[in-house]
Design a protein around this ligand. Structure first.
Ligand SMILES: [Zn+2]
Length: 89
């Protein structure tokens, strides 16, 4: 069952979504359509669950999935790491 927000999403695409932050097991997305920060939770086995829509397959989940796949790719292909920079003066 598609939520109302999801119906809008199908119409507008996912351009209204942007990454807000990633905190531990949560990907927070800024949804301009809703005017809310939407949390998508990472479950085990790579499953994602949207806490806003209570859905495994809404636009937020799709967006988060794509983002994480992209992030994983760039992590593997990039020789640089994201360790804490040692800025001792
Ligand atoms: Zn959602």
């Amino acid at each position: 069952m598609a939520s109302l927000a999801d119906s809008f999403r199908d119409y507008f695409g996912e351009s209204s979504l942007s990454l807000f932050s990633i905190v531990r097991d949560r990907v927070n997305l800024a949804d301009q359509l809703l005017g809310e920060i939407v949390s998508v939770r990472l479950l085990g086995a790579g499953e994602l669950f949207c806490l806003f829509c209570r859905s495994f397959s809404c636009g937020h989940v799709r967006y988060a999935k794509r983002y994480l796949a992209k992030a994983r790719e760039s992590k593997f292909s990039s020789p640089t790491t994201f360790d804490h920079p040692s800025e001792k003066s």
